[in-house]
Design a protein around this ligand. Structure first.
Ligand code: FES
Ligand code: FES
Length: 158
């Protein structure tokens, strides 16, 4: 039987104590144990960025991290961006710019972009491209995604 451990996570502001299998990734625990399926599972080897979440404010591929390694951390998933049912400025900008095509990569794109905007109020195009370099979009909607981040940054600094 798989070994299990008790861990404490704060997920989208909610304190949780979870009993997890030691070999389960943070991605698996968020989706299967916590029930937050907005974070997408795709390559599971750290190449696509679909599973990106924020851990203590830093963007991380949750498929590459064991849940037990996140013990004690504050995690934000895409479900944590909106407040009281209101989309945040970055989500609004993605909508305005038509940045979501099939939508599969968008949660990861949003989380990487949010991590950037939380640290750099007015990022350069180079900084935006660098921050999103690990997030692949099979629909190749990169220009709309970059434009959405520029829009959100402009609103934030206005
Ligand atoms: S599912 Fe984690 S990087 Fe692709
Ligand atoms: S919008 Fe389809 S993968 Fe990015």
């Amino acid at each position: 039987m798989a070994q299990r451990l008790s861990i404490d996570l704060t997920v989208n502001g909610r304190a949780l104590r979870l009993d997890v299998a030691v070999h389960h990734t943070l991605l698996e625990v968020l989706r299967d144990d916590v029930g937050l399926t907005g974070t997408k599972e795709c390559c599971v080897v750290g190449e696509c960025g679909a599973c990106t979440v924020l851990i203590d404010g830093r963007s991380v591929n949750s498929c590459l991290m064991l849940a037990v390694e996140a013990d004690g951390a504050a995690i934000t998933t895409v479900e944590g961006l909106a407040t009281g049912g209101e989309l945040n400025p970055l989500q609004e900008a993605f909508l305005d710019q038509g940045a979501a095509q099939c939508g599969f990569c968008i949660p990861g794109q949003l989380m990487s972009a949010q991590a950037l905007l939380d640290q750099v109020a007015s990022p350069s195009d180079e900084q935006i491209q660098e921050a999103l370099a690990g997030n692949l979009c099979r629909c190749a909607g990169y220009e709309q995604i970059f434009e959405a981040v520029r829009q959100a940054a402009g609103e934030k600094t206005a």
